[in-house]
Design a protein around this ligand. Structure first.
Ligand code: UDP
Length: 329
């Protein structure tokens, strides 16, 4: 693959930055793009000295120009945590609609293969568990999560339309909850929230009674799945995630054990439309890509905890965890 050119949008984000690392390692020329609304240049700082890396500070909701040839595009630009997309709902809708239109147009123009980041949120608050790709979902379009869920659903529809009508080579990954180094401590997600609280000596805030479930995938596993999907010939959506399901209450107890904190679990109101269960059916990924997760939650959490502990004290102390239950009203 040496010398192939790939555009990665959302490159300074959690997943985007890990994708940059992987494609650099595989010998690609990486063109990174981010508007830095939720991304952080510190995630890709180490790549700037490389010849086969370039960065553009650009919002892909506006016309995207890349000069020269382009072989692949990975569209990972979007706010992706409930706190973020509730704070910036319009940008979330724009990047999922105007942004994808620009990038599909670019893919068509350059004859590039494009892979888009979709999400388990397309299943909404699912009525079936685990969720196979054939499940159409249970989404509230006008609820607080609607701006993200519907943007991602539109993005999938637009991608399939470009595939069908313009014969653009497209791939769609539906990403389930993923964690690992470079997650933002203040992105509101449960894992950085719990670990941050444990490090600061605060109680861990469980939303609702904690019986809702999630299934957490370590970032290296996810990146491997995406890499395999890009080079497969399958155009329909593929779930990538770890099927090891756990309740949020049990997860909180795991974090207490891991960090050795003396704090306890406390409850806060459950946010509106918070999915009650989430677990990927990964039969397709297993059969089509020969992929399944390799890193256990115990191993992945240990690495992630070490990462958070290594952050400068100011970063950890500065963060005041805000839940988004206020959006209930
Ligand atoms: N959650 C929680 N305490 C927190 C943050 C989140 O109990 O401080 C819950 C949240 O209500 C949800 C689950 O943890 O049921 C996962 O939330 P997250 O925001 O990480 O992701 P998503 O809901 O998008 O899966």
């Amino acid at each position: 693959m040496s010398g192939k050119r790939i555009l990665i949008t959302g490159a300074a984000g959690f997943l985007g930055s890990h994708l940059c690392d992987r494609f650099i390692k595989e010998g690609f020329h990486v063109i990174a793009m981010d508007n830095l609304i939720t991304g952080d240049l510190r995630n890709i700082e180490h790549l700037f000295k490389l010849e086969n890396f370039e960065f553009y500070h650009h919002d892909v909701s506006k016309f995207v120009h890349v000069s020269g040839e382009l072989d692949y595009i990975l569209h990972f630009a979007s706010p992706a945590s409930p706190i973020d997309y509730l704070k910036i709902p319009i940008q979330t809708l724009k990047v999922g609609s105007l942004g994808i239109h620009n990038l599909l147009g670019l893919a068509k123009e350059k004859n590039a293969r494009i892979l888009i980041a979709s999400t388990s949120e397309v299943y909404g608050d699912p009525n079936v568990n685990p969720q196979p790709e054939e499940y159409w979902g249970n989404v509230n379009p006008v609820g607080p999560r609607g701006v993200y869920d519907e943007a991602k659903r539109f993005q999938e529809a637009m991608t399939m339309a470009y595939h069908t009508f313009h014969e653009v080579e497209t791939r769609i990954v539906r990403i389930f909850n993923t964690y690992g180094p470079r997650m933002r401590l203040n992105d509101g997600r449960v894992l950085p929230a719990f670990i941050g609280q444990a490090i600061r000596g605060e109680d861990l805030t469980v939303f609702g009674d904690g019986s809702q479930t999630r299934s957490f995938c370590y970032v290296d596993d996810l990146i491997e799945g995406i890499y395999r999907l890009l080079f497969s010939d399958y155009v329909y959506p593929v779930n990538i995630g770890n099927p090891d399901e756990i309740t949020i209450k049990e997860f909180g107890e795991e974090i207490i054990k891991l960090t050795g904190t003396k704090q306890k679990l406390i409850t806060k109101p459950l946010p509106v439309d918070d999915p009650k269960q989430r677990r990927p059916d990964i039969t397709k990924a297993r059969e089509l890509l020969g992929w399944e997760p390799k890193v256990s939650r115990a191993e992945g959490l240990k690495i992630t905890y070490e990462y958070f502990k290594s952050l400068p004290v100011e970063v950890i102390e500065k963060i005041e965890h805000k839940d988004f239950t206020s959006y209930n009203k």
